[in-house]
Design a protein around this ligand. Structure first.
Ligand SMILES: C[S@@+](CC[C@H](N)C(=O)[O-])C[C@H]1O[C@@H](n2cnc3c(N)ncnc32)[C@H](O)[C@@H]1O
Length: 244
């Protein structure tokens, strides 16, 4: 059994996130009418539904894992949003080939899969001049008083993690202007996410399949680290506009 299917079964939220914050960020954008909207690494569609419902325009939901897209389609039907959602099973690094003139590119908790700076540099080619990108990324929120266990965990788990300032610089170098940043509240990590994953991971920690067991144990470790984070890291939204 695929560990991802077991651990994330029936979940709509596949990373820390919050519909209210997604909507708040969307409403804060300098434009509100978009023709081509792409949700990169959409997963099971939590934020896709926020976009489609608010914008009342088609949202292209891109993910490389078909079972998540199948769940997204099912949920979209249940929510009455199916006519506004188009799914594309593809690698998000190929977005410029498939969508050459995007008005709004949205990506929550997914850009890291191809590297945050690589994702921004790749997608800028697909965004029309003055078009917008909203990308969330795990970042260091401060430089000092970071618990040793937190540093140790991310040194092996996500050594590419940067500070907010470094990521802003990366975005500017890739050809974007920064409008704003928003940090996810800690509650958005727990509600419908860690509170679901923790008991599941505990129940899978002694599974007969070593891949399942390892994934469960790693997830439990991530949740334990979150409990001692002392606001040293977080998920930050970067609201960007293509400048050239
Ligand atoms: C942590 S999940 C976040 C999903 C969703 N945005 C959310 O917040 O619930 C990351 C998603 O990126 C997808 N993904 C990973 N690598 C990808 C790639 N190279 N191209 C497209 N999707 C990818 C995964 O299948 C997964 O659905």
């Amino acid at each position: 059994m695929n560990p991802i299917d077991l651990l994330f079964a029936n979940m709509e939220k596949l990373s820390p996130g919050d519909d209210r914050l997604s909507l708040y960020v969307l409403r804060s954008l300098p434009e509100h009418r978009f023709e081509v909207v792409v949700d990169a690494g959409c997963g099971a569609g939590r934020q896709t539904f926020v976009l489609a419902d608010e914008l009342k325009t088609a949202v292209h939901a891109v993910d490389s894992y078909q079972p998540f897209l199948d769940r997204l389609i099912q949920r979209a039907k249940e929510k009455g949003l199916a006519q506004l959602v188009r799914t594309h099973c593809m690698d998000m690094k190929d977005i410029p080939t498939v969508f050459p003139a995007i008005d709004l590119l949205w990506s929550e908790g997914a850009a890291y899969n191809i590297g945050f700076s690589n994702a921004l540099a790749t997608w800028v080619k697909a965004i029309r001049p003055n078009g917008l990108a909203v990308v969330s990324e795990l970042c260091w929120l401060r430089e000092d008083r970071i618990p040793d266990a937190v540093i140790e965990f991310f040194q092996s788990g996500y050594p590419e993690m940067r500070s907010v300032e470094q990521n802003i610089q990366t975005a500017e170098e890739a050809g974007y202007k920064l409008f704003n940043t928003y940090t996810l509240p800690n509650e958005a990590w727990v509600k419908d996410y860690y509170e679901v994953l923790e008991p599941r991971a505990k129940s899978l920690a002694n599974h007969s399949d070593v891949a399942v067991r390892d994934f469960a144990v790693e997830t439990l470790k991530e949740i334990e680290i979150f409990k001692i984070l002392e606001d040293s890291y977080g998920y930050v939204f970067y609201v960007l506009q293509r400048t050239n």
